[in-house]
Design a protein around this ligand. Structure first.
Ligand code: ZN
Length: 243
């Protein structure tokens, strides 16, 4: 402890200042969280949108593949018709049986293709119901998000007016800070916020847990200003300790 002159300061004032600084820290961090809450909601909407787009593109791909197979099938069927017409004009038994074999082979291929087309249509059904689920999810997310934005904005208004009220309370309480230490107090609270003040915790500083000397403790009991020699906080006795 230096030879600095003794400055009387009310323990109640220090407690009140610390409480106000803590409230300010809490209010400011709640206000800071608001835009992040909105951003997090936006991210969920974006994710739901991309799920819808991906599902739409899957449906589109499956439909294109199915259309292509339908065209192949039509081509094959025309070809079979063609072979059947030739069958009637076959010049020899050999040609007739060759054509018949070809028709049988083409019929078989057509039926495989028809099965594939059916499977493809079933797959399209599955993909379309998946898409519908994603679209529903997107709608839910959009509704939830606009609700969330409204809530967060309303909360921000409340928090800002609460902040203004507490800032005014701080200003009026700071008027009670002794003039000789006001500048130093302002400098340290501007730099450290709520950590500029600390209650004692037993015989330790409640800010940095450094053990305090008996001299520091007795100075505190005399309601004189004392700083923690370690973290420089303005020390005060907590509520449960009588001054
Ligand atoms: Zn300390």
């Amino acid at each position: 402890m230096s030879t600095r002159s003794k400055i009387e300061i009310s323990t109640e004032l220090l407690r009140r200042l610390h409480r106000i600084h803590r409230q300010l820290t809490d209010l400011r961090s709640q206000i800071d969280r608001c835009p992040r809450q909105i951003k997090a909601g936006e991210a969920m909407v974006v994710k739901a949108e991309s799920d819808v787009l991906a599902a739409q593109s899957e449906v589109k791909k499956a439909k294109l593949a199915s259309d292509e197979k339908q065209l192949q099938l039509q081509g094959r069927e025309l070809h079979i018709e063609d072979l059947k017409a030739k069958l009637n004009m076959a010049a020899s038994n050999r040609e007739f049986s060759l054509l018949n074999e070809q028709i049988a082979a083409d019929d078989k291929a057509s039926s495989v293709l028809s099965d594939e087309i059916l499977e493809g249509l079933e797959r399209i059904d599955v993909l379309e119901s998946k898409l519908a689920a994603f679209q529903e999810e997107l709608q839910d997310q959009q509704v939830e998000h606009s609700q969330r934005v409204k809530e967060v904005e309303a909360k921000q208004v409340t928090l800002r007016s609460e902040l203004a009220r507490v800032e005014a309370e701080l200003e009026s309480s700071e008027n009670e800070v002794p003039a000789s230490i006001k500048a130093e107090y302002k400098r340290i609270t501007a730099a450290k916020g709520e950590e500029a003040l600390a209650p004692t915790d037993g015989d330790s500083c409640g800010g940095c847990y450094q053990t305090l000397t008996t001299q520091v403790m007795s100075t505190l009991h005399l309601s004189q200003l004392v700083r923690c020699p370690n973290c420089n906080a303005f020390l005060y006795l907590p509520e449960d300790r009588r001054v």
